[in-house]
Each structure stands twice: as C-alpha cells, then as structure tokens.
Design a protein around this ligand. Structure first.
Ligand code: HEC
Length: 126
C-alpha cells in the first residue's frame, strides 16, 4: 500500500471513530429524557408538572417534578425506590406504578438525575 493511501485510511478510521464516539455520547444523554417521554408523561405531563393526560382520572395528583417545594422533601434514594418499586413502597399512592420490570437500575439512576434537573433542587432536610 502506498503511503498516501495509508494516511487516507488512517484519517478515515479516525473520523469514523469520532462519529461513533459522539453518537454514543448523544445516546447516553438522551436515555433519561427518552424514558421519561415514553413512560412518565402520561401522568406527570410532558412538562413534568403533574398534568399528564391521565392525571384527571387519578385519585391522587401525580407529583409535580418541576416543583422545588415538592421534590426537595424527597431523597435521591427515596425517588429511586418510588420509581423502582412504585408508590406503595414509599407509602404513597399505588397509582404511581413500579418500573423495575421495564427500567434497569442504571436507567432509574439517570431518571433521578433527570428529575433533579427538572426541579433544579436537591434534598433539603425539613
Ligand atoms: C399511571 C400514572 C403514573 C405514571 C405513568 C407515572 N407516575 Fe409517578 N406518580 C404518579 C402518582 C399518582 C404519584 C403521586 C403519589 C402520591 O403522592 O401518593 C406519583 C409520584 C411520583 C414520584 C414521587 C414519589 C414520592 O415519594 O412522593 C416520583 C419521583 C415519580 N412519580 C416518578 C415517576 C417516573 C420517573 C415515572 C416514569 C418512569 C412515573 N412516575 C410514572 C403516577 C404516575
């Protein structure tokens, strides 16, 4: 192989590697948002304010994920448990479903971080 074509090949490989890398990064950043859009918006709403299309039919209002007041009383572990095992596991409404058969622990962890971005808050001791 000539030196010029070797250089071309190396450039091509480097470029496709860079594309793969940026693709992987984008997929990672989208995971929690995509899961939220797929599984949570029906009740919590596309804006996360608890006003999803199902909300009027629920006995208990879904949590407003954008509310600092509502979300800062919950610990990260408590949020993860509520998502994984459902409302009943944290002594809340059973109308908040359990997602452990749909979401992995890593996806749940990402969702907790996503919710923290939505409320722009962290746990505050009362
Ligand atoms: C079928 C409707 C429904 C869906 C779908 C749903 N939720 Fe909920 N969720 C609720 C209701 C209702 C509550 C309020 C429970 C209460 O306050 O007793 C709630 C509460 C919560 C809470 C607060 C728990 C607490 O301890 O106060 C979190 C966090 C939450 N949901 C996250 C999610 C996430 C993340 C998804 C998607 C993976 C999701 N929910 C999907 C109905 C739903």
């Amino acid at each position: 192989m000539k030196k010029a074509s070797l250089i071309k090949m190396a450039a091509f490989l480097a470029a496709s590697f860079a594309i793969q890398l940026s693709g992987a990064k984008a997929a990672l950043a989208e995971t929690a948002e995509a899961n939220y859009a797929l599984y949570c918006v029906q009740c919590h709403g596309s804006a996360g304010t608890g006003k999803g299309i199902n909300a009027p039919y629920l006995a208990v209002a879904p949590r407003n994920h954008t509310s600092d007041k509502d979300m800062s009383s919950l610990t990260d572990d408590g949020i993860a448990l509520a998502i994984k095992e459902g409302g009943a596991a944290v002594s809340k409404s059973t109308q908040m479903p359990a997602w452990k058969s749909v979401l992995t622990d890593a996806e749940i962890k990402d969702l907790v971080a996503h919710l923290r971005k939505m409320c722009k808050c962290s746990f505050k001791k009362p």
